[in-house]
Ligand binder design. Structure first.
Ligand code: EPU
Length: 419
């Protein structure tokens, strides 16, 4: 199994391009199932989760052409299998995103129930209840969600709690439903808005983009189009923290600072110099010692839960005490015990992590538990004295494109070993 070995203590310096957003790519790929006409998607990141979603589409009957440079072309005129099997869904929960499009266009879907995962129980009740409200008949048997509908109809759906993929699933389904659907308390993440923009290019009639109320007037069919995926805000911020914890100075290109307003504000409070020299670029350096910052994860535009683990590392190296409160997922502090192995002083009380800054971290063997947790271990390893060996790194390949190559280009001593 692959391991990553990081030898810390090198200040990161240089320029690195940011990849397309994983969490915008996955729903966009699922959305292609809404039409039989050709779709072209560009700025697709090379990630394990993207490969899994392409594999899922392939087994539904999609014809897919991947061009490393230009993107992905998908022709769904031959889709003839409506089952998302356990073997694929268990490796990627976002497989549930094919449910809305399959029911809306083909009148049926059989999706393996995703089950729990390392960051909590993560139910999909809102996806199911929403489709039921739109007229789908849904049963749960043998571990599968079986959904049927002649044609979905519009509905007024209130999502509570706010759910990103739940909003995306129902938004996609509503584009082909008869009549008007209103999604209230919809997720406002930039990835949801990117999906809505893409769907409107396909001929959907969605209003309220970027707000918490999405109004969708269903149409009879959608058509082919082209779309460029937005930059990955979580990859961007992860590199920003990497610069900060190594005392580096880096320039990130092909990104979008606007999607990171709250994290940038928090990072500035933490003593990071974040400059926006021109559109799509962010320069990060650290003029002085890092300061502790309190934060609470929240749905967008709040501070993203997908950056919580990285901020724990930043706070671990700040002078003083801080508190990080996780409000989105019930069990997203699995990385704390691994960070403690490197010398971080973090105490978890329920959903609050109390962080006492330490002078330095010391390298040690650690294990990745989920995607963002593994990113935090890489960050800690980059900052630590000595070598950190991270096992179970397959988690990181799900969401970070060529992470060790990008970090090497910035001067990090990071290698992957295969044993
Ligand atoms: N929830 C319910 N019922 C539902 C759906 C969600 O109770 O039917 C709860 C969840 O248990 C959780 C909260 O709602 O407590 C929010 O979960 P959400 O549904 O928004 O999460 P998700 O859609 O499954 C997406 C991202 C995650 C990211 C979260 C929160 C994708 C593919 N995944 O997950 O990304 O953490 O939103 O922003 O978009 C990652 O990239 O590492 C990752 C985990």
């Amino acid at each position: 199994m692959d391991k990553i070995i990081v030898k810390g203590g090198h200040a990161l310096k240089g320029t690195i391009p940011i990849s397309g957003a994983k969490n915008a790519t996955l729903p966009a790929l699922a959305a292609t199932l809404l039409t039989g006409e050709r779709i072209h998607l560009s700025n697709i990141p090379h990630l394990k989760d993207v490969t899994t979603m392409l594999e899922l589409l392939g087994q539904h009957g999609s014809a897919i052409t991947v061009d490393e440079r230009l993107g992905v072309e998908i022709d769904n005129s031959g889709v003839n299998n409506f089952r998302a099997p356990y073997d694929l869904v268990r490796t990627m929960r976002a497989s549930i995103l094919v449910m809305g499009p399959l029911v809306a266009r083909h009148g049926m879907a059989e999706i393996s129930l995703p089950g729990g995962c390392a960051i909590g129980s993560r139910p999909v009740n809102l996806h199911i209840d929403g489709l039921r409200a739109m007229g789908a008949e849904i049963t749960l048997d043998e571990g599968y969600i079986r959904a049927r509908a002649d044609r979905l109809h519009g509905a007024h759906i209130i999502l509570n709690p706010v759910t990103v993929t739940g909003t995306e699933n129902l938004l996609m389904a509503a584009t082909l439903a008869k009549g008007r659907t209103i999604l209230e308390n919809a997720a406002r993440e930039p990835e949801v808005t990117d999906l809505a923009i893409f769907l409107n290019k396909m001929g959907a009639r969605i209003q309220g983009l970027g707000s918490s109320i999405l109004v969708i007037d269903g149409v009879d069919e959608l058509h082919g189009t082209e779309h460029r995926i937005i930059p990955d805000r979580i990859e961007t911020a992860t590199f920003m923290v990497a610069a900060a914890v190594t005392g580096g100075d880096i320039l990130l290109t092909d990104t979008d600072p606007e999607a990171l307003e709250t994290p940038i504000q928090i990072m500035r409070e933490a003593g990071m110099a974040v400059e926006l020299p021109e559109p799509g670029r962010i320069r990060v350096h650290v003029p002085d010692a890092l300061r502790p910052v309190d934060l609470e994860t929240c749905p967008y535009p709040g501070f993203p839960t997908d950056l919580q683990a990285q901020m724990l590392v930043l706070n671990s190296l700040a002078r003083g005490t801080s508190r990080i409160t996780e409000t989105v997922f019930e069990n997203r502090f699995m990385h704390v015990s691994e960070l403690q192995r490197l010398g971080a002083d973090i105490r978890v009380h329920g959903n609050i992590a109390e962080v006492h800054g330490v002078d330095h971290l010391l390298g040690a063997p650690v294990m990745a538990t989920d995607l963002r947790a593994s990113a935090s271990l890489v960050l800690a390893g980059l900052a630590a004295r000595g070598a950190t060996t991270i096992s179970r790194v397959y988690h990181i390949d799900r969401g970070y494109e060529r992470i060790e190559e990008k970090l090497q280009a910035l001067g990090a001593d990071i290698q992957r070993t295969t044993s």
